[in-house]
Design a protein around this ligand. Structure first.
Ligand code: NAD
Length: 380
């Protein structure tokens, strides 16, 4: 089968830049696709951060510390940008203006104003695909929950809860980095880092918060900097958001939590949907298992489904084998490339997070900050 090659530039050669490089290198894992990414350019702040890419990806022709060189390269069709949040606005709007399809990282702007500037840029170039990274809905369990939501299988929604919990920040000796400073991470703190991940599914199915009461906490007050000197931490460690959702035909609570300090949790993303006909629960701690409960009047029995490996796109992996983080990243990338090549005729219906969904997440986080300041419920 002749494949359409999409030439990518990666801007940001850190944790996530390398994840994409690995997903692209593993494209042979996916079956029956008529498109494939090819990484031709890499940009990082320091030349040393480009070495790994140059050594591992033979197709890289351009390695630079100036992202504009990637945007000026006529052979680059699309860019993946994974840089600190304070750079999102400038880098994303420049990429769109340069006519490059953009896959950007969350939170898609350091604050609401930056996010709106990115969306304004995207509106000026409707020919450019602009999407935001969010891989967890591509695990087989949440993907099935999405299918159930699309089929209206839950009945009347009683309540939805979604969370993303870490615990590495429980160590007060963990050095402060850009993700723990307001200047580079933003005032949202843990909400900006983790929030879109838990909102992607609710927002996609129209479960949009109308109001929020937030409880934000800062637990570790100081951390050592690069020189070992104790520095005040500035960002929120944990957030609990009680939201009120109203759709055309129902109203229900949406409980969201993003925590960097949740003892016992390495990297737990979860969603629980309770409905009058069907309920479902998935957590990445048990990546193969999807709990569900079809309502019958005579019993209250949760059932456990051992999910097959397949989610959005078929792979060579046997269906009995377990699915993991890097598989979700690969599936998400397939969805981005599929939409880029096929538009609305893409192979399956679940697209990566849209700019509008990032905007709703920013409105929510901004309202949550106000709720924390005032102690009040804030209408969105
Ligand atoms: N999808 C996910 O699960 C996930 C996970 C972690 C982080 N992220 C997001 O990815 C983005 C990057 O996070 P990360 O964890 O990869 O960070 P990181 O610190 O590991 O990497 C950041 C990279 O940005 C580069 N950079 C900084 N300034 C630059 C400049 N002026 N020009 C070019 N490159 C520059 C650095 O060289 C570094 O390679 C953030 O938006 C973050 O929220 C997403």
């Amino acid at each position: 089968m002749a494949k359409r090659i999409i030439n990518f530039g990666i801007i940001g050669g850190g944790l996530m830049g390398r994840e994409f490089a690995s997903a692209a290198a593993r494209w042979l894992h996916l079956q029956g696709l008529d498109f494939e990414p090819c990484i031709v350019a890499i940009c990082a702040l320091h030349e040393a951060s480009t070495v790994w890419f140059r050594e591992n990806i033979p197709t890289v022709r351009l390695a630079t510390t100036d992202y504009r060189q990637v945007l000026d390269d006529p052979q680059v069709d699309a860019v993946y940008i994974a840089v600190p949040h304070n750079l999102h606005e400038q880098f994303y709007t420049d990429a769109i203006r340069a006519g490059k399809h953009l896959f950007g990282e969350k939170p898609f702007g350091i604050d609401l104003r930056a996010n709106e500037a990115i969306l304004a840029g995207a509106r000026e170039r409707p020919d450019i695909l602009v999407r935001c990274s969010s891989q967890f809905p591509f695990f087989p369990g949440p993907y099935r929950i999405g299918q159930w939501a699309r089929e209206d299988a839950f009945g009347k929604i009683i309540e939805v809860e979604a969370g993303f919990w870490h615990s590495s920040d429980l160590d007060p000796g963990k050095p402060i980095n850009w993700k723990r400073r307001v200047e580079t991470n933003g005032e949202y703190g843990c909400m900006g880092d983790l929030g879109l991940h838990i909102l992607h599914i609710p927002l996609r199915f129209g479960w949009v918060p109308k109001s929020v009461r937030a409880l934000l906490t800062r637990i570790v007050d100081e951390r050592p900097d690069a020189n070992g000197l104790l520095t005040s931490t500035e960002v929120w460690d944990n957030a609990i958001l009680a939201c009120d959702v109203e759709t055309q035909n129902q109203a229900f609570p949406l409980m969201l939590s993003t925590k960097r300090i949740a003892p016992g949790h390495g990297n737990t993303w979860f969603i629980r949907v309770l409905g009058t006909k069907l309920s479902a629960f998935f957590a990445t701690q048990n990546p193969k298992q999807l709990a569900f409960l079809p309502y019958t009047p005579d019993s209250q029995a949760w059932r456990m489904l051992d999910m097959p490996h397949t989610s959005a796109y078929p792979t060579i992996t046997g269906s009995i084998f377990e699915f993991g983080f890097s598989d979700a990243i690969l599936q998400m990338w397939a969805a981005f490339c599929d939409e880029l090549i096929h538009g609305p005729q893409m192979q399956q219906p679940f697209t990566c997070a849209t700019p509008e969904e990032t905007h709703t997440s920013h409105r929510l986080f901004t309202a949550a900050l106000e709720s924390q300041r005032t102690g009040k419920t804030i209408l969105l």
